[in-house]
Design a protein around this ligand. Structure first.
Ligand SMILES: Cc1cc2ncn([C@H]3O[C@H](COP(=O)(O)O)[C@@H](O)[C@H]3O)c2cc1C
Ligand SMILES: O=C(O)c1cccnc1
Length: 363
């Protein structure tokens, strides 16, 4: 990162570098897939994924050789207003689990052969760093956001700093040769924040995009919907993504927005996880519409707002496993599917190899 730039200048330069999908590479990969020894279209979404990765990476030989999962963590002032089934301290405890490699995403990232990076953007009670554990990057902007029922989540400058941190992380990963970045998050209360962001940006009724999160139901869920409604009335300037980030939060959402922008600018495909990372993707899409071209949806969460978000972004989820965990778990699980898609494109034989001129069905 050019350290002489202000955070806002870094964001603006990054946004200016984002280009749409390379239609030529994408079409060439799609044509190559059509020529493989199989009935046309029979590999379903894998065919689309191979050509999409080709278009993002601007090559007819897309690759998933060095995938990484980036988990951004931070606390939310709104968590103290009874919107989660779990207390705020869990965020810091889970950071410990990420460092130790014992959290779900640690297991799944290992299964998928993906490197795991964890960044603390502002956990209220961060755990001590223990020797021999995975590094937790210190990108702290402030110790948790303000309670958005009463105040802004953060200042505009803090939102810009958090987004810039995410861009810096993406640049570092791209410099290190990372060729796929999965997004993950941790922050008790952040489904409430994600619901408010989604309702604000898409102009939706809070009841349509607010769900159980970690497991609130009945009257507690009704109260969560009312909370999202109240947060929106205070901060919901849907026209301005910066207003949404600073007013509603959160710090990890802002950083993930930056990771999306930074990856899109470097042509690194971004694998979305669940409802919260997709809220960050929505903010990124408002700052840089072409950034959507760099996105792939890892999975579909049952959180009701997630399908609404994906429809808005025009993305088809790779997996539907009923997972509602977050952390990057769905993104980590989708990595092998993407790896398989590019392997099929690279390694499958074609009808031409068999001496057959074309793959068009006869009937
Ligand atoms: C032990 C534990 C591990 C988690 N890992 C991810 N989340 C998920 O739950 C939180 C969002 O749900 P809500 O808005 O209802 O608080 C986020 O931290 C999210 O990543 C977890 C939650 C818990 C309790
Ligand atoms: O959709 C998600 O990613 C999700 C749902 C509930 C809790 N945490 C994350």
């Amino acid at each position: 990162m050019d350290s002489t730039l202000t955070p806002r200048e870094l964001v603006d330069r990054t946004v200016a570098r984002i280009e749409p999908l390379d239609a030529e590479s994408s079409a060439a990969a799609a044509a190559a897939m059509d020529g493989k020894v199989k009935p046309l279209g029979s590999l379903g979404l894998l065919e689309h994924l191979a050509s999409r990765l080709a278009g993002i990476q601007r090559t007819t030989a897309p690759h998933v050789d060095h995938p990484a999962i980036v988990v951004c963590a931070a606390d939310h002032g709104i968590a103290t207003s009874g919107v989660s089934a779990y207390p705020q301290e869990v965020t810091g405890l889970m950071l410990q689990g990420f460092a130790a490699g014992t959290a779900a995403v640690g297991v799944l990232a290992q299964q998928s052969g993906a490197r795991l990076l964890v960044a603390d953007l502002g956990v209220v009670a961060p755990p001590p760093v223990l020797p021999g554990q995975n590094e937790v990057l210190d990108l702290r902007v402030r110790a948790g956001t303000g309670n958005t029922l009463e105040e802004d989540a953060m200042t505009r400058a803090q939102a810009e700093q958090a987004v810039a941190h995410g861009i810096g992380l993406a640049q570092r990963l791209a410099d290190e040769g990372t060729d796929l970045v999965g997004l993950g998050e941790m922050g008790i209360g952040n489904t409430t924040t994600a619901s408010a962001i989604t309702a604000a940006l898409l102009g939706r009724d809070p009841a349509r995009v607010t769900g159980p999160g970690t497991g609130v139901s009945g009257e507690a869920l009704a109260a969560k919907v009312r909370t999202v409604d109240a947060v929106l009335r205070r901060h919901g300037d849907a026209d301005d993504p910066w207003e949404v980030l600073a007013g509603i939060g959160g710090l990890e959402v802002a950083a993930l927005t930056g990771v999306v922008l930074g990856c899109a600018a470097r042509r690194v495909p971004v694998l979305l996880d669940g409802f919260i990372t997709t809220a960050a993707a929505l903010v990124a899409s408002r700052l840089a519409p072409a950034s959507v071209d760099a996105m792939v949806a890892g999975h579909l969460s049952p959180e009701p707002g997630h399908a609404v978000q994906l429809e808005e972004l025009g993305l088809e989820p790779v997996l539907r496993l009923g997972m509602r965990l977050g952390e990057g778990s769905g993104a980590a699980l989708a990595v092998p599917v993407l790896r398989s898609a590019v392997a099929l494109l690279a390694q499958m034989g074609s009808f031409a190899d068999l001496g057959l001129a074309d793959s068009t069905p006869t009937a």
